[in-house]
Write a protein that binds this ligand. Sequence first.
Ligand SMILES: Nc1ncnc2c1ncn2[C@@H]1O[C@H](COP(=O)(O)OP(=O)(O)OP(=O)(O)O)[C@@H](O)[C@H]1O
Length: 295
Amino acid sequence: MTDTAIEAAVLGKSYGRRRGWALRECSFRLPAGRVCAVVGPNGAGKSTLLALAAGLLRPTEGTVRILGAGPAEARSRTAYVAQDKPLLPQLTVQDTLRMGLELNPGQWDAAAAERIVREGNLAPDSRVRTLSGGQRTRLALALAFGKRPELMLLDEPMADLDPLARHQLMGALMAESAEHGTTIVMSSHVLAELEGSCDYLLLVDGGRVRLGGETEDILAAHTLLTGPVRDLAPHTVVESRTTGRQLTALVRREGPVREDDWQTTEPSLEELLLAHLRSPGAPALLTPSAAGAAE
Ligand SMILES: Nc1ncnc2c1ncn2[C@@H]1O[C@H](COP(=O)(O)OP(=O)(O)OP(=O)(O)O)[C@@H](O)[C@H]1O
């Protein structure tokens, strides 16, 4: 078993010459066993990255390795839930789970799939076409859990779930990772929800990976400074704002911060991500564990 879930080297995808690059020069490593959030604005390239990892798209340049193999070879060990949660509308909930069993012989965990369905109170004889968006998402996730994969690639799995269902499914994903060592990769726009749930982070913006690594280490590398307007050198500035004579800045510390000069606070994950999204020129940061392929 490899200790690397995803390794991308100069990975790029263009959907056609006139369309430009959806993803460009992405080099990063995701260690196995992590719960990783993929965040970034609309059109950043998150779905493209997940579809490349799932082997549904071919890179235009570079490579992506999944669990030490090519994405197609790793497919039996990977579960992918696309953003539009494709299911067969004429099947019932029960038929859908049976299809999961038939498509994954010898590997299907019926109890895991049924638990996800039961917790959402989905009637086994309901047809997929009569389910709400959130119920369909739950059924698609049940198929992913039942497959008992080593890697789950989930494209906005929480988008149409109610807050209680989100909380419950996030707990189920974290438990799955803790108990079975499953790597979970999920894209999301709900930044506040990711803090405390995802121990690894990839910020994709403009088709490039701008932040990658352990959430804790990325947070620890940044400080919010507040004080009278003055030079921020030698620190790397991600974002700075002045109000009158007061300066507030999110920086990557390069050396000590003088306590007499600045009031310092640790940013929240949401503050950190928003500052990066507002400052597209801020330099990328990959922690050593995420930089595997880049070095
Ligand atoms: N099938 C496609 N054909 C052509 N262009 C595409 C296709 N899919 C995505 N793109 C383009 O690639 C870029 C990245 O899209 P992608 O769907 O990966 O972004 P995303 O980060 O998942 O966005 P969102 O948060 O809105 O889901 C966008 O500019 C998009 O228009």
